[in-house]
Design a protein around this ligand. Structure first.
Ligand SMILES: Cc1cc2nc3c(=O)[nH]c(=O)nc-3n(C[C@H](O)[C@H](O)[C@H](O)COP(=O)(O)OP(=O)(O)OC[C@H]3O[C@@H](n4cnc5c(N)ncnc54)[C@H](O)[C@@H]3O)c2cc1C
Length: 477
């Protein structure tokens, strides 16, 4: 775009939003053009709407002028889905951050997309309720970002991902009119023809701009029982997961950390509990009067699968006091610390990369072993943890941006990790999304399950929603 057109565009945007809500300062734009994985590009400007009317006006202008729009929450995504890859405008939702309505009786909260998930949860806790989707990025990630990535978290073993918790949406369509559309219901049961709410959840900002969300809420469990055990053999850990399920228990949290990652985390000072081997954390929500009984059942499942050093907390506060979640929470910071140490010899910046595959939980041991072997063979440093309840594995590594060979090696490694997931009947992305970096993986997965035709359907759906291709182009399909 030439300078005169750029100035004209900015002038028109400032008329819609006010000068303070249209920023084109190079430094600020560069901050909003980067994601948490360090992927970056350069937008023309960043705009901060504060109402659905303003979002609609931005869309009309962009449609007429053929300007790409990139919706953004806090840019904590890890696949390039929020990056303004073809110039254009970043539409930041950080000013649309009101919680508009809470109904415990009807079981929902109405929130604007810029509300931070942690703030939503603290708001609901005043009512004894919670929003159960808790990505590790909960302190920064927004409702709009979580809806659009289809985020999940530690509590996913019981509560699933965003898909299960979005009841309704208000969106602005990227069409000539900037049409404002409401879909979904404020009732738990809802049949509205084709399920467009679910289509938009996880669509990574490629189909519509989300301007309001109606989210299902759930009571905070009265009490939880948590056990942490260590295992020499991966099979024993996985058999514990099987045992928990066969005993008809539905854990709130079921997380694993592999032995080498346990070691890294403890050495980095990331855990008050010291242990050796693969770690498994299981947390059940049970009434206080049943705590001892369920702690006993869980302990005996762990013991019968050769767990050593079993730590037990019979209530939620005790689990925190004893540090039963430390290893799981500390593994990422410990990896970042290792990467930072490596950066002393680096030629550029060191970027930490978090993978996000899933396999059927019964195949976890095989998957973890293959990931370790592949990483060793490729000389890739590796931390590894995940959600044992749903088979979601997060292999984590890093690379040196100043060393093309290191970057290219990690890219090849990502391809291999995705291949392992597909070969074991899993998926290349369970919660982080496809963005721009996993498009090949998506194709590989669909091909493997005989679903390539779905890619063509997805492209046609994209064209129906976004006839000019101005919304987050180049992502997902
Ligand atoms: C340390 C760390 C830990 C993480 N842990 C987890 C985890 O446990 N589970 C998990 O699922 N993810 C995790 N993530 C990934 C990320 O935090 C989540 O995907 C999060 O939901 C993204 O929220 P955000 O507000 O940052 O969205 P962004 O990164 O800004 O955007 C994500 C996507 O949503 C789109 N989008 C944002 N707002 C809107 C809107 N209003 N309308 C339309 N499209 C929109 C963007 O275009 C983009 O495609 C982690 C990331 C980091 C850095």
């Amino acid at each position: 775009m030439d300078e005169a057109s750029r100035r004209k565009l900015l002038k028109r945007l400032r008329k819609i939003l006010g000068s303070e809500n249209v920023l084109d300062d190079e430094y600020i734009v560069s901050i909003y053009s980067r994601n948490a994985a360090g992927m970056s590009s350069n937008a023309l400007a960043v705009v901060f709407p504060s109402s659905v009317e303003q979002v609609s006006s931005i869309v009309r202008l962009a449609y007429n002028e053929n300007i790409s729009l990139y919706p953004q929450g806090s840019a904590t995504e890890l696949t390039g889905s929020s990056i303004p890859s073809e110039g254009g405008l970043v539409v930041s939702f950080q000013n649309m951050n009101r919680i508009k309505e809470t109904s415990v009786v009807d079981g929902y909260v109405v929130a604007e997309p810029g509300v931070i998930l942690r703030e939503l949860d603290s708001h609901l806790s005043q009512h004894g309720y919670m929003f159960p989707v808790d990505p590790a990025s909960i302190r920064a990630a927004t409702v709009g970002g979580a809806v659009n990535t289809g985020a999940g978290g530690m509590r996913g073993a019981k509560y699933g991902t965003m898909r299960e918790w979005v009841m309704g949406l208000q969106v602005v369509l990227p069409d000539e009119e900037g049409t404002v559309m409401r879909i979904g219901c404020r009732t738990a049961k809802c049949r509205q023809g084709y399920d467009l709410v679910r289509l938009i959840v996880g669509s990574e900002g490629t189909l519509a701009l989300v301007t309001e969300t109606t989210l299902r809420i759930t009571p905070i469990p009265e009490n939880t029982v948590t056990l942490l055990g260590f295992y020499e053999e991966l099979e024993d850990l996985v058999n514990t997961v099987v045992g928990v399920k066969e005993n008809r228990l539905s854990p709130y949290i079921m997380e694993f950390i592999d032995a080498e990652t346990v070691d890294i985390t403890i050495k980095a000072g990331g855990s008050r509990i010291k242990g050796e081997g693969h770690a498994l954390i299981v947390s059940l929500d049970v009434p206080p009067e049943a705590s001892s009984r369920y702690a006993g059942i869980l302990r005996s499942i762990m013991e019968s699968n050769n767990a050593s050093q079993i730590h037990v907390a019979e209530n939620t506060d005790q689990a925190e006091k004893l540090g039963l979640f430390d290893i799981r929470r500390g593994f990422h910071p410990a990896t970042v610390k290792l990467a930072a140490e490596a950066s002393r010899h680096s030629k550029g910046r060191i970027l930490v990369y978090v993978e996000d595959i899933a396999v059927p939980p019964s195949r976890l041991a095989e998957a973890i072993r293959r990931i370790r072997r592949t990483s060793d063979e490729m000389n890739i440093p590796l931390s590894l943890a995940g959600h044992a309840g749903d088979g979601n594995i997060h292999p984590v590594t890093w690379f040196d941006t100043g060393d093309p060979e290191s970057k290219e090696r990690v890219e090849r490694w990502v391809g291999e990790i995705m291949r392992i997931a597909v070969e074991l009947g899993g998926t290349v992305s369970s919660e982080h999304g496809i963005g721009s970096s996993k498009k090949e993986g998506l194709r590989m997965e669909l091909e493997a399950i005989g679903g390539l035709k779905a890619l063509e359907l997805m492209r046609r759906i994209k064209e129906i929603f976004d006839p000019k291709g101005i919304l987050n182009p180049g992502k997902v399909v």
